[in-house]
Ligand binder design. Structure first.
Ligand code: PMP
Length: 432
């Protein structure tokens, strides 16, 4: 068999000459699975096509945004219409109010929304706001959670930081890193200890309420309630980073399914419908600290960009239909049952975690409830699994420290194909 991905290999070599590591975001480089990345030509429905003409069923969906699948006509039509009117004005448009109204409608904890261009900007700005609102400096962050690459949050982070096995990043000053206190996820005692020591210095606690960036882990019963109580008691803000989970686990995100109202929420991914968008949001009293309503400066030439707003609004309008979430749930449930059946049949050392349409297959037999548990997974086995799944035509996130995402475009046949590929690959790995 010739190289099925010859053009991708060439494209990667060429890219490496002019782009650091050949990619514009580290997770795309396939470092952990020791493969050349696959260069994409197009997406269509549930499928990706690479520049060599190979077709893959996609469980990444651009790391979450493509919940409707690729090129949904409702979104594409709006983008085409906007193209004719102009792609950026740097002046307000009515559509920005319309999308903010929709977010406010779906999230009871939100009165006001500020649009930015990425999840990183959203969390970075939310932290600045929390510090200014409370007049305090320290932030609590949970180990293995990833909130983008803002300096304060690039400490013991998940996603690409975990994949590369680094603790933080050079270039973040010691003083900045020291203001971020890291505790394990799902560990109430650790949070209690931090508040006992630093109570009056903590501006806020930020977390992924359901994690995706160390793989999918759900909060244990009572954990989010505990965080809500202890932050409120100590005058610190509770910040839910719903960049991944917002509009994905439910229309109202993780805060809807667990019934918790955070003080601030951050969004991204789905709210841009595949265009570059982020947002931070919360109660009026806090959000009015943002300029020009208040003193906290935050701005953006392309913030609220009309193309991005059109794609986001068209996507969120589709998600108004609550049936979509039960459809996603039944697809994800079918996949879960299939994968678990395979694991059991083959007596394979693997652990499957799922919340809504996000899931991770962990290569360990132990229950996974925090970052330390994920670190114990067999990374080599994961890499072998990833390669074989690619050969079987299934495109997965190329690291154990990531979530898989299901789109609405997946048909029953697609799900059967994924379950069968999972079975065949696990069977092959079991023998080797
Ligand atoms: N927060 C979370 C929970 C994320 O998953 C991500 C990105 N995967 C970010 C923040 C950063 O978003 P962006 O990559 O758009 O900067």
């Amino acid at each position: 068999m010739g190289n099925k991905r010859e053009k991708s290999a060439k494209a990667f070599k060429k890219a490496q000459k002019v782009i650091p590591g050949g990619v514009n975001s580290p997770a795309r480089a396939f470092s952990a699975v020791k493969m050349d990345p696959i260069f994409i030509e197009k997406g269509d429905g549930a499928y990706l096509y690479d520049i060599d003409g190979n077709k893959y069923l996609d469980c990444v969906n651009s790391w979450g945004p493509m919940i409707l699948g690729y090129n949904p006509p409702q979104v594409i039509n709006k983008l085409k219409k906007q193209l004719k009117n102009g792609t950026s004005f740097g002046a307000p448009t009515e559509i920005e109010t319309e999308i903010a109204e929709l977010i406010v409608d779906f999230y009871p904890a939100v009165d006001k929304v500020r649009m930015v261009n990425s999840g990183t900007e959203a969390t970075m700005s939310a932290i600045r706001l929390a510090r200014s609102y409370t007049g305090r400096d320290k932030i609590i962050k949970l180990e293995g959670c990833y909130h983008g690459h803002g300096d304060s949050l690039l400490v013991d982070a998940g996603s690409g930081v975990a994949t590369l096995g680094i603790k933080g990043s050079p270039g973040v000053t010691k003083n900045t890193a020291e203001e971020t206190i890291v505790v394990p996820y799902n560990d109430q005692e650790a949070v209690e200890k931090v508040f006992a020591k630093y109570a009056s210095e903590i501006a806020g606690l930020i977390l992924e309420p359901v994690t995706g960036n160390m793989g999918v882990i759900a909060p244990e019963a009572g954990y989010l309630e505990f965080l809500r109580k202890i932050t409120r008691k100590n005058g610190a803000l509770l910040i839910f980073d719903e960049v991944m989970t917002g509009f994905r686990l439910a229309r109202g995100g993780a805060q809807e399914i667990y019934g918790i109202e955070p003080d601030l929420s951050t969004f991204g991914k789905i709210i841009g419908g595949g265009m570059p968008v982020g947002a931070y949001a919360g109660k009026e009293e806090i959000m009015n600290y943002i300029a020009p309503a208040g003193p906290v400066y935050q701005a953006g030439t392309l913030s609220g960009n009309p193309m991005a707003m059109q794609a986001g609004l068209a996507t969120l309008k589709e998600l108004k239909n609550k049936k979509i979430y039960s459809q996603l749930e039944s697809k994800a449930e079918k996949l879960e049952k299939g994968f678990k059946r395979n694991i059991e049949k083959l007596d394979f050392p693997a652990y499957f975690n799922r919340v809504g349409s996000m899931f991770t297959l962990f290569f360990t037999e132990q229950k996974v409830k925090n970052y330390q548990d994920v670190k114990k997974c067999d990374q080599q086995l994961f890499a072998a699994y990833f390669k074989e799944m690619i050969e079987a035509g299934i495109y997965l996130p190329p690291s154990q420290f990531e979530a898989n995402f299901i789109s609405l475009a997946l048909s029953d046949k697609d799900l059967d194909k994924t379950i069968e590929a999972n079975y065949q690959v696990l069977k092959k790995l079991k023998v080797e």
